[in-house]
Design a protein around this ligand. Structure first.
Ligand code: PMP
Length: 364
């Protein structure tokens, strides 16, 4: 089999920058000056400690993270955060508000309900999550423990352009758009994301948490499983147990690449250009139909449909044969989904647009 790369539109794990893969390959047998592979060294070694510190420093610099926030490297994916957020932050007499804007938000709600009182502040489930709940629709609880939102809905293809206005601490699942554009950390109390879309390989979850929430979490430390406590993770600088060393290393390389591309503003410009090209083709004739409300369209996951499921099936099969992989919509919603994360190259969008035009010419 040839080792030629194809265009990978997968929703995550997803495409990584080629220079990062090349560096991983180059240094895999022996890290320069270390003589051992990143896969083999102790997480307590000076080498790994400096990789961890540098990765954190680059994350902090890229997002201008204020000094009263901690950056934690964890495992268990965003899915574990669905449980950890309420376990650490939701007291017995309190209520947490959740904005139900997509299938992953619904999963977060399901887990939070096992822990405490949840108020669904607004939901667009009845509209198949084709749009985001508007500010005026939010029924927020006064004195809520926190408000939980999902910044980008990976399955339905919607993304917040502006953060909702809330008084309670804002907790955001940014799994599928973290570091794809500038983020105002100071408007959040906690941000979490699995790395496997925009930031690196699967296996590490980035959690950015404000000190006051960490203090709140510390009051629950003794009643939580040790590995589920933000306080324990923070006290041990993400080294309470063995962290996913390789994934942290790879995130570090991706952060250097993002910096070299002009940081988050550079990423946003590039991602907007890619997404607009694809949306322009979707909107060109009506043969393809975007599923998300235009104002809420995601720059990351672009979802669309065709007249019949049979047509969609042949679109995906023919695209795959043409080297355009991973275009099938999430199994729960069907249709087509093109994920255009940070590392997805603009030539791949051009190739998809050309394929769409040709497919329409043959089937329209
Ligand atoms: N939240 C969002 C928005 C996601 O896209 C995903 C994964 N696709 C998850 C949560 C779950 O993430 P994980 O698989 O890392 O647990």
């Amino acid at each position: 089999m040839s080792s030629k790369r194809i265009h990978n539109f997968a929703a995550g794990p997803a495409v990584l920058p080629v220079p990062v893969l090349e560096q991983v390959q180059r240094d895999l047998l022996a890290l320069p000056g270390v003589g051992m592979s990143i896969l083999e060294i102790s997480h307590r070694s000076k080498t790994f400690e400096s990789i961890l510190a540098e990765t954190e420093a680059d994350i902090r610099a890229l997002a201008a993270i204020p000094s009263n926030y901690r950056v934690l490297f964890m495992q268990g994916g965003a899915s574990l955060q669905f449980s950890m957020v309420p376990m650490n932050l939701l007291g017995a007499a309190e209520t947490a508000d959740y904005i139900d804007g997509g299938s992953w938000a619904a999963k977060a709600i399901q887990e939070a309900r096992k822990v405490g009182n949840v108020n669904v502040a607004a939901s667009t489930k009845g509209e198949r999550y084709g749009r985001l709940p508007a500010q005026a629709e939010l029924k927020l609880t006064s004195g809520a423990a926190y408000v939980h939102m999902t910044s980008n809905n990976t399955i339905e293809g919607t993304e917040y352009k502006q953060l909702p206005d809330v008084d309670a601490p804002l907790v955001s699942d940014t799994s599928s758009d973290m570091f794809s554009r500038p983020i105002d950390i100071s408007r959040h109390a906690l941000v979490y994301a699995g790395a496997q879309k925009n930031m690196g390989p699967a296996g590490v979850t980035i959690v950015i948490i404000r000190d006051d929430l960490l203090e709140r979490a510390a009051t629950r430390k003794s009643s939580l499983p040790t590995m589920m406590s933000y306080a324990v993770l923070a006290e041990n600088n993400s080294l309470y147990n063995t962290p996913p060393t390789f994934a942290v290393y790879a995130v570090g390389l991706v952060m250097k690449w993002v910096k070299a591309q002009g940081g988050l503003p550079g990423m946003a410009a590039r991602n907007e250009r890619k997404a607009q090209k694809l949306y322009a083709e979707i909107d060109r004739t009506g043969f393809f139909r975007g599923t998300a409300r235009k104002e809420d369209r995601s720059m990351m996951n672009i979802t669309f449909r065709m007249a019949t499921e049979a047509l969609e099936k042949s679109f995906v099969a023919e695209a795959t044969a043409a080297g355009l992989d991973g275009l099938e919509g999430h199994r729960s919603v069907g249709g087509i989904r093109a994920s255009l994360y940070n590392a997805f190259p603009e030539e791949g969008v051009d190739a998809l647009v050309a394929f769409m035009k040709e497919f329409e010419r043959r089937n329209g």
